[in-house]
Design a protein around this ligand. Structure first.
Ligand code: NPG
Length: 402
């Protein structure tokens, strides 16, 4: 049984700013959840929230609040660590899939380690390596030569597919320039909801670049808009932000809103649901691929295990650690012939390097069964977020800060 939950909040500088249509990230504000069982086994999960609600409504502070004030109390009555039961118990909290994923992955990691079983085997992985793609942000200079130079570096490193972030004003020209320079590479775009239905013809103008897909061109709840766009564009439409569940994946494929799905465990509430979405897509004959959220080695390890399932037929945003970080929290993931090796050790197969974890941590807290009030905080470096840590609305529930 899980007796202790620790939250570790880290700030890790990115090797280069990552600009998307919703904002620019220069430092990854990441929360790692550590679950510790009665016999001292630790398991790890990564929370993929950003520090602000740009990609979704969740962000770091809401994740800390939801985990401490709502998710842990929801588990207070349960002494069953079975991952399906844990998911069921947490369903009383609506939404907040990233917070749920972080907590449930840490618990799943403990559960698997205690059975000496890998996450990859548990999910049904069939591959030893997964193909790596890379996501290329909008250059902060908006310079095409800078973009081409960055892409060239990734291709030289062996990446098997290039994804270009686009937005109105940064689309045809950069995409055409990359296609012009490399006529044969696998190339796709990601708009992060930056376009409108009225942009359909404009987007269809990129069909000539022979792209694998356009990812999430329209707002996440514009289902009909995506159906219309799928009819106008020859390029396949892929959904990311719109897909939150097995039902939404099934609906999107059934309605023709998209023909490809980007599966991100953090967006759908965990690895069990991510696997079930994969299974549904397979029944539709729809390819899926594994998205990325600038994960450290903790989240990356679990994503690579998922991407090793047979329906993941397109290269994912499963890049090497050095795409984002000079120093990763775990042993780094490195490209081997444009692929990453699937971890085979128990659980997620990796853990943080203690000194690196210590050096990058800006805040942490520990909760024990007994009450859900996170009473003690440690701030190893200045962090304004400490003030935002919530008071528990249900002080009698069963987790206590130390
Ligand atoms: O390789 O980890 C990665 C990042 C891939 O482009 C990527 N992620 O919209 O898919 C996305 C985007 C993202 C990054 C979204 C950070 C949210 C936060």
């Amino acid at each position: 049984m899980i007796e202790v939950i620790r939250l570790h909040r880290l700030n890790i500088p990115l090797v280069r700013p990552f600009r998307t249509s919703f904002g620019t990230e220069t430092v990854r504000d990441v929360i790692l959840v550590e679950a510790v069982s009665g016999d001292g086994t630790s398991g790890w999960g990564e929370c993929v929230t950003m520090s602000w609600p740009g990609y979704s409504y969740e962000y770091g502070d809401t994740a800390v609040d939801v985990i401490t004030s709502h998710l842990l109390p929801a588990l207070a009555e349960s002494d069953d660590d079975d991952p399906f039961e844990t998911r069921r118990a947490l369903s009383v909290v609506r939404g907040h899939p990233m917070a749920k994923t972080a907590l449930t992955t840490a618990m799943l990691d403990v559960w698997l380690r205690e059975q000496d079983r890998s996450l990859a085997a548990f999910l049904g992985a069939t591959k030893e390596f997964v193909d790596s793609g890379v996501s290329v942000g909008i250059p902060t200079t908006e310079s095409i030569p800078a973009l081409l130079e960055e892409v060239e570096g990734y291709l030289a490193a062996g990446y098997q597919r290039i994804k270009l972030k686009i937005e109105p004003g940064w689309d045809h020209e950069p995409v055409g320039a990359v296609r012009g320079q490399w006529p044969d590479i696998r190339l796709q775009t990601d708009a992060n909801q930056a376009y409108q239905r009225s942009d359909a013809e404009h987007l269809a103008g990129m069909d000539e670049f022979d792209l694998l897909l356009h990812e999430q061109p329209l707002e996440e709840d514009d289902w009909y808009g995506h159906v219309l766009l799928s009819e106008v564009c020859r390029t396949a439409i892929c959904m990311d932000e719109s897909i939150h569940s097995v039902a939404s994946a099934d609906s999107a494929l059934e309605l023709g809103a998209c023909s490809i799905i980007n599966i991100k465990p953090g967006r759908v509430g965990g690895y069990l649901t991510a696997k079930e979405i994969h299974d549904v897509a397979v029944t539709h004959d729809a390819p899926v691929w594994c998205g990325g959220m600038l994960e450290t080695g903790i989240g990356r390890a679990a994503n690579v295990a998922l991407a090793a399932l047979p329906g993941f037929t397109l290269p994912g945003d499963t890049s090497a650690s050095d795409r984002y970080y000079r120093v990763d929290v775990t042993e780094p993931f490195v490209l081997e012939d444009g692929r990453l090796r699937v971890p085979t050790g128990p659980g997620i197969g990796v853990e943080p390097i203690p000194e690196v974890l210590r050096d990058l941590t800006v805040w942490s807290t520990e909760l024990r069964r007994g009450c859900c009030r996170p009473s003690r905080r440690r701030l190893s470096r200045g962090s304004p977020r400490s003030a935002a840590i919530p008071r528990c609305p249900r002080p009698s529930a069963a987790w206590v800060g130390r």
